[in-house]
Design a binder for this molecule. Sequence first.
Ligand code: TXA
Ligand code: MG
Length: 332
Amino acid sequence: MNTEVLKYNKESIERAAGIIRNGGLVGMPTETVYGLAANALDEAAVASIFAAKGRPQDNPLIVHISGIEQLAPLVREIPEVASRLADRFWGGPLTMIFPKSDVVPDITSGGLDTVAVRMPASEAARSLIDACGLPIAAPSANLSGSPSPTTAQHVYDDMHGRIPLIIDGGECSCGVESTVICFRENKIHILRPGGITAEMLSEFAEVEIDKAVSAKPAADERVLSPGMKYKHYSPKADVFIVDEHGDAFKRYCLTHAKGRTIALGIGTENDGIFIDYGACAEIQAQRLFSLLRYADDSGAELVFVEMPSQDGVGLAVYNRLLRAAGFRIVKE
Ligand code: TXA
Ligand code: MG
């Protein structure tokens, strides 16, 4: 199959909508990461998402909508706090989990009785959903296990030959996937941290952070969000989080460099093995996946990353890094 890449505009969205209405797949830009979009209500189309990504069938997909009125048909119940969160944070990088209605096929929800729904902020994503007139299932548009794509080129690198069209909406502004939450006993329970932070959510209800966000689930442990048990975001290189800062970080990296080594530092100068991955969490989030892909493209065998802060969006950066590093944290 030939894979076309078209800039986001009215014509390319019409083309993409035609493909999706006919059961096909399209690479779709959003403000978080690029998604692999299909009709969420079409079992065969959703099955082809799993096939194209090589994704385990029990890992449910997020259903994307472009207007709040599209939520009710997908779910059996909308908690009051969810309505208030939607008012404040939709469109934006927040995914909420609801009891699902029969409209949503089991394959979309990975066999669960719940469905994850998000309304993106991205104009390109929303105009595609509008043009389809359908809810869109979209996981991140990477091959399962590799870093999520934040440019159309990343999607092309993973998906060319597997999908007919990628809409190029430029670089994703957020750079990490949406925050995923569910509601438990009047609390907001964070399953995956993202651009909408625990601090922001705590204005609406008590917030608890799932322990799988920062710890490795045991092999036999039942996790609330199936995505958390899989190896994720990994480049081919060996990644380590280095729990040292400033000069101590640099010393560690220079001492332990072996073969082609890249060291991602916080606000460091780009010099030798060192590359700056951002002085603040927002920039780190935006650059992280792209730099992990760059590590592969440049043939790196070893990647050291300076331990990020875990505040605000930093928790999302830390969560993705832990998985990229297989939970390996080192220090002097
Ligand atoms: O920002 C995003 O959320 C991107 C863009 C494309 O919208 N999408 C994305 O999808 O990251 P994906 O499939 O890569 O990640 C969805 C996560 C997975 O960890 C999955 O297990 C979890 O959400 N999830 C989906 N439905 C769920 C459900 N019903 N219950 C618990 N977790 C769910
Ligand atoms: Mg993903």
